[in-house]
Design a protein around this ligand. Structure first.
Ligand code: NAD
Length: 476
């Protein structure tokens, strides 16, 4: 797929960088550049923030009310679905996401994000406090203002939508900085927003790099009122520092090293399916990947064999082929990182089943005999690499699962309902899935503990982050 130039979208216009700079986005399957992208810097960010500020302070968006705003957000959801093929092919070419998965999962979920938050904002009641001492108080949730949204490359459309929709639904204006590895679908999304009737300046997109680039310029800009960031934990620290300097509230959705626990009483077919999807889906390039799997010793041998077989059965190859389930890793740098982990794991004495590949493709790898402190066990690999470790009892399983600075998600496979609740309560994670994976209820809190993030988004958590609650106290 060849693309037209990928422009910034600022104040309703598709524009070049003020200095005319561009960079190339590389197709991970061909490993060749497939499009040029506007390379934003301080001046472009400043222009976008100013446009968002005017739209926030003078434009109709924050003032039009939830019904009208919701109608426009639903119209955008319709356009996302109508342009699903283009959006899916764009993400597939930009970062190697299998096109069938982008079409079947990311496009509907992006549209669902818009629909959910449009309705949620419209239907959520605000607090009115019982009259006390002769006065009556109630809460207004007013838009925070201009939101800086910074997104990663691993599920470009879906995660960009997750970053921006609650901000928009609560009446804010947005400057989105997509990842430099996967910029193209964000420009399409902003174009569709204009087509849906969302006013100019409400959703702006500035492309460019992170550190010393558009990302950093955005987080340091004095004109922003909120930062919502998804990316690596190390970057989260830099973003957090910039936010602290500007006294800007920040929401950080960061990395993970998520455990999956398989108990002896689990439905093993379901456990293998869930673990394979959790560890190898999107070539393991998911913050929520269940990359550390702990299995009851009674079923350990059988589980390892079946997980390896499940990984082998996944079709790996050209992400543009509808049959492909595992595409290439997103960039040369990322491929090197994942390959280095596998090389080091072998040197550390681990047994590695699978993990071969050509180009930037890495087939699913199952690792056993992994030392507790091996980098592949402690660091986020972000590739299709699962370590599988046996345990003897529940206490040990919980201890192993919690033995990490991360705490994003965890999966528990068991048919014992008491155990499911008991273990879920003890796991240090923002989300625990029991006998399932990646199921999202947008009303529920989403976020991480420890190195996996700060704050929660979703449902009322999003409202509380993206608005300024105001108490109005009336003397009656
Ligand atoms: P990254 O941190 O390298 O980059 C993320 C974004 O931040 C990019 O747009 C980048 O340009 C920008 N950026 C980089 N340095 C910056 C700086 N100093 N100031 C401002 N912006 C900066 O992350 P990535 O490699 O794109 O994404 C993968 C990471 O994201 C993984 O760690 C993954 O676990 C995490 N992730 C987390 C979630 C979640 O919900 N918790 C979801 C998806 C991905």
């Amino acid at each position: 797929m060849a693309a037209a130039f990928v422009a910034h979208v600022i104040d309703g216009e598709l524009v070049e960088s003020l200095r005319g700079d561009r960079f190339e986005s590389v197709d991970p399957w061909t490993r060749a550049p497939w499009t040029e992208v506007a390379l934003g810097g301080h001046a472009d960010v400043d222009r976008a923030v100013r446009a968002a500020r005017v739209a926030a302070d003078q434009g109709p968006w924050p003032r039009m009310g939830h019904t009208e705003r919701g109608r426009l957000l639903h119209r955008l959801a319709d356009l996302i679905v109508a342009n699903g093929d283009l959006l899916a092919r764009t993400d597939s070419t930009d970062m190697g996401r299998p096109v069938s998965q982008a079409l079947a999962r990311d496009v509907p979920r992006a549209a669902a994000n818009f629909r959910f938050f449009a309705d949620h904002a419209r239907l959520t009641p605000a607090e009115a406090l019982p009259s006390d001492h002769g006065h009556h108080a109630y809460t207004r949730h007013e838009p925070a203002g201009v939101v800086a949204a910074i997104a990663p490359w691993n599920l470009p459309l879906m995660l960009a939508s997750w970053k921006i929709v609650p901000a928009l639904a609560w009446g804010n204006t947005v400057v989105l900085k997509p990842a430099e590895q996967s910029p193209a679908s964000a420009t399409i999304l902003a174009r569709l927003a204009l087509e849906a009737g969302i006013p100019p300046g409400v959703l702006n997109v500035v492309h460019g790099y992170g550190s010393d680039g558009a990302g950093q310029a955005l987080t340091e800009h004095p004109g922003i009122d909120r930062i919502t960031f998804t990316g690596e934990s190390a970057t989260g620290r830099a973003v957090s520092t910039a936010a602290a300097r500007g006294l800007v509230p920040v929401s950080l959705e960061l990395g993970g090293k998520n455990p999956a626990l398989v108990f002896a009483d689990a439905d093993l077919d379901l456990a293998v399916r869930t673990a394979a999807e959790g560890a190898f889906g999107n070539a393991g390039q998911m913050c929520l990947s269940g990359s550390r799997i702990f299995v009851a010793r009674a079923v350990y041998g059988e589980f390892v064999e079946r997980l390896h077989a499940a990984g082998r059965a996944m079709t790996a190859g050209d992400p543009g082929d509808p049959a492909t389930e595992i595409g290439p890793l997103a960039s040369a740098e990322h491929h090197r990182k994942v390959s280095d982990h596998l090389t080091r794991a072998r040197a550390d004495g681990c047994r590695v089943y699978g993990g071969e590949g050509s180009g930037w493709l890495v087939r699913p790898a199952v690792l056993t005999g992994v030392p507790r402190d091996a980098p592949v066990q402690t660091r986020e690999v972000f590739g299709p690499v699962a370590t599988v470790t046996p345990f003897d009892h529940e206490e040990e399983a919980v201890g192993l699962a919690n033995d990490t600075p991360f705490g994003l998600s965890a999966t528990v496979c068991t048919t014992d309902l008491s155990r499911a609740h008991r273990v879920a309560a003890r796991l240090r994670a923002g989300t625990v899935w029991v006998n399932c994976f990646f199921v999202r209820d947008l009303r529920a809190p989403f976020g991480g503990v420890g190195a996996s993030g700060v704050g929660r988004e979703g449902g009322l958590f999003s409202r509380d982050f993206f608005t300024e609650p105001k108490a109005v106290v009336v003397d009656v």
